[in-house]
Design a protein around this ligand. Structure first.
Ligand code: NAD
Ligand code: TYD
Length: 352
């Protein structure tokens, strides 16, 4: 079978990456999709069981920090495009052990774009390197205001600093070598297959198990939440219709204070699990704040809405309920990913 394009998706066994892989494999049978993932603690092939049999899908286990490995892979596949999601993605881990963040997020990104350059030479017709980034590169907002595409970078955590470095390097490669790139910076995603170290699935898992719900500081930090499949649709649109060398911000226009969100998850789960009203709220424990905890993230989504016609489709209330249902139904998945190394991380980090 000859394919119209061969695309490399990195980090496709992770949370967002698995949704991106599923979407591209199923929507574009004329594309060959190669999923490159190291399968760290955050990557799991269980996330892609339904995609595995598809003819236009291929999994490659590998590490983007390994240049020789990338050379072989790029030589073999002659990719037309890369959608780069592989990363170390958890802020708390970046505070306790930043090395992997520097290696994967910074060095790994340069290795990938350099590998593109080595096979594309100076013929960039139909070629694209897409860097999937985060709104956290813009730093932290006070009570007012929104991040726009021209907000200066001001990262505050080792995670966001590593993503900001990678974004700068991608833009520098584009400027220096004329390689076509595109970037998007998105707010907090939620939905099925998110690793339960992140707020929403961690709370769902703990409520289910009736164990303490650790809320950092006074719970007043604010995050903007986007249904993961809305992010995927934005990535598809940007990949196909975005202007090269541009950046697009993506957000859900759905801001929640952490404590309000945790209470809402408690309310919904008490109802679903037939527990007495307010039962799970009693599990909330305010714990030591995250070091350097960013206060608020919020996105101005005007550019992607007006220029590309994207809009978040899922309401937060419906998306949250779907997410809770998914975690309650997929107990096997949840048990597998929370065994072993997760327990060690949990004990070490929360000490509760
Ligand atoms: P994740 O942690 O769930 O998945 C990351 C994936 O990358 C895993 O499958 C892991 O095995 C893989 N990986 C890690 N190091 C690797 C390496 N050296 N080589 C190859 N693969 C490696 O992350 P996620 O939440 O799905 O985030 C995906 C991307 O989207 C990241 O770049 C992140 O910065 C960005 N992003 C995430 C969010 C969010 O809310 N989760 C928001 C905006 C942007
Ligand atoms: P998280 O899901 O780690 O995403 P990010 O820090 O990248 O935004 O955290 C979301 C918010 O929830 C953040 O303000 C930190 C807070 N939080 C807690 O209060 N308790 C927790 O156990 C976790 C993991 C996060």
């Amino acid at each position: 079978m000859t394919y119209k394009k061969t695309l490399l998706i990195t980090g496709g066994a992770g949370f967002i990456g698995s949704h991106v892989v599923r979407h591209f494999v199923k929507k574009y049978p004329e594309y060959k999709i190669v999923n490159l993932d190291k399968l760290t603690y955050a990557g799991n092939l269980l996330n892609l069981i339904d995609v595995e049999p598809e003819e236009n899908y291929m999994f490659e286990r590998g590490d983007i920090t390994d240049k020789d490995y990338l050379k072989g892979l790029f030589g073999e596949h002659q990719f037309d495009g890369v959608i780069h999601l592989a990363a170390e993605s958890h802020v708390d881990r970046s505070i306790s052990s930043p090395d992997d963040f520097v290696q994967t997020n910074i060095v790994g990104t340069v290795n990938l774009i350099a590998a593109c350059l080595s096979i594309w030479g100076s013929d960039f017709d139909g070629k694209l390197f897409y860097q999937v980034s985060t709104d956290e590169v813009y730093g932290s907002l006070g009570d007012d205001g929104y991040f726009t595409e021209s907000t200066p970078y001001d990262p505050k955590s080792p995670y966001s600093a590593s993503k900001a470095s990678a974004d700068h390097l991608v833009r520098a490669y584009s400027h220096t070598f004329k390689i076509p790139v595109i970037l998007s910076n998105c707010s907090n995603n939620y939905g099925p297959f998110q690793f339960p170290e992140k707020l929403i699935p961690l709370m769902i898992n703990n409520i289910k198990k009736e164990i303490p719900l650790p809320v950092y500081g006074d719970g007043s930090n604010v995050r903007d939440w986007l249904w993961v499949e809305d992010h995927v649709k934005a990535i598809d649109l940007i990949f196909h219709e975005g202007k090269t060398r541009e950046t697009y911000n993506i957000g859900g226009n759905s801001e929640w204070k952490n404590i309000d969100l945790v209470m809402e998850i408690c309310r919904i789960m008490d109802e679903k699990l037939n527990r007495p009203q307010n039962f799970s709220q009693g599990l909330i424990q305010f714990v030591e704040d995250r070091k350097g905890h960013d206060k608020r993230y919020a996105i101005n989504t005007q550019k992607i809405e007006t220029q590309l016609g994207w809009k978040a489709e899922m309401s937060f209330s419906k998306g949250l309920e779907k997410t809770i249902d998914w975690y309650l139904e997929n107990t096997d998945w949840l048990e597998k990913v929370t065994s072993g190394a997760y327990q060690e991380y949990y004990q070490e980090h929360y000490k509760i």
